[in-house]
Design a binder for this molecule. Structure first.
Ligand SMILES: Cc1ncc(COP(=O)(O)O)c(C=O)c1O
Length: 337
């Protein structure tokens, strides 16, 4: 499949999947990572990222990130063990990490580098798209663009690309998932979403906030990218999306100025960056309530739902994890009266 979306990655080999967690599973297998190995993973992470590791018997070893969401490499160094095979770092909310520094660090330790770019599909650092820096990078289309599913595994390491004999899931037509997706989509529009979800026995992705089942459940995500998304991606006007998200981000940044208890993590918007949302440190519950009351039309959400092993371990819990909230960028900020 060749379309504008995949040509974002230039000549790199890209494999398509239904979800980024399935892309990560394939990438880990391709790198020869297996049961008993361990992976350095940030403790500020969404629980579903652990699903492929749990399935493979790969142990996550958690390193911390600062309030600026930069990896604490001194700590990662202390956590190294003979079984450590790779470091995974995240372009949180579409903002790039310092990949040059991370590459120097992993190369120095003989480790693989994994770029979790699930939030940063279509985001760039200057002119360069995110997703080109890890040995493998994963991207999730549905988080950045108006499609229900779809993910990419970018094989930036040419040896890995040569070793991969599969074509990912692009060759599978995914008729059944596509029909299911269409039925669900139409049902949501008709207000019958819950009924159809029960019949299809699926959880509403991203909204099943109870428990930690998703970090142990991968099977229902091992589906190909639906035809629905693949066709929709052909029509998405990416430059328009980039421009809109950046404009909305700037307007919300301005809106936050002078509001008590609210502090954007990134106070400015570097060239090329296409944010997924506006992430904020919000000091206290009253400030969250005020945000919710005043953010007309935008969603205010907490992020992330942490893995169980982090929530059960007070010393591993990021001190700020309760305070990170996001404002969606579907609408611009209301004018201040
Ligand atoms: C940082 C991060 N990586 C990976 C994923 C997995 O993406 P997907 O839902 O496409 O499997 C998520 C999902 O929420 C995420 O937040």
């Amino acid at each position: 499949m060749s379309n504008d979306v995949l040509s974002l990655f230039g000549s790199r080999q890209v494999r398509l999947f239904g979800f980024a967690r399935a892309a990560l599973l394939h990438g880990l297998e391709l790198m020869g990572i297996s049961r008993g190995d361990s992976l350095l993973v940030p403790s500020f992470i969404c629980d579903v990222v652990l699903a492929p590791l749990n399935r493979m018997g790969v142990e996550p070893v958690f390193y911390s990130v600062g309030q600026d969401l930069r990896p604490n490499l001194q700590e990662a160094e202390r956590l190294l063990r003979p079984q450590t095979r790779a470091l995974l770092a995240v372009n949180y909310f579409g903002f790039p990490q310092d990949w040059r520094a991370l590459r120097a660090w992993t190369d120095g330790k003989g480790l693989r580098l994994i770029e979790d770019n699930a939030h940063g599909f279509v985001s760039c650092e200057g002119e360069q798209p995110l997703g080109l820096s890890g040995d493998i990078s994963i991207c999730s289309f549905r988080k950045s663009l108006p499609v229900p599913d779809g993910a990419a595994l970018v094989l930036n390491d040419t040896d890995l690309a040569a070793a991969d004999r599969t074509a990912g899931d692009a060759s599978r037509l995914a008729v059944v998932p596509t029909v299911k997706m269409l039925v669900r989509h139409l049902a949501e529009r008709a207000g019958l979403g819950e009924v159809v979800r029960r019949i299809q026995k699926v959880r509403h992705k991203d909204e099943s906030l109870s428990g930690h089942e998703e970090e142990h459940e991968l099977e229902s995500y091992l589906v190909p990218c639906t035809l629905y998304s693949r066709l929709a991606l052909l029509w998405v006007n990416i430059p328009k999306f980039r421009k809109m998200r950046r404009q909305h981000y700037e307007s919300w940044l301005q809106w936050c100025v002078g509001r008590s208890g609210v502090c954007p993590i990134w106070q400015d918007l570097p060239a090329g960056v296409v944010p997924l949302a506006l992430p904020l440190h919000v000091g206290d519950p009253a400030a969250v309530d005020r945000l919710r009351a005043e953010c007309h039309g935008a969603e205010v959400r907490h992020w992330p739902r942490l893995p169980e092993s982090i929530t059960n371990n007070v010393s591993a819990l990021p001190s700020f994890h309760r305070n990170i909230w996001t404002i969606s960028l579907n609408v611009p900020a209301p004018k201040r009266g």
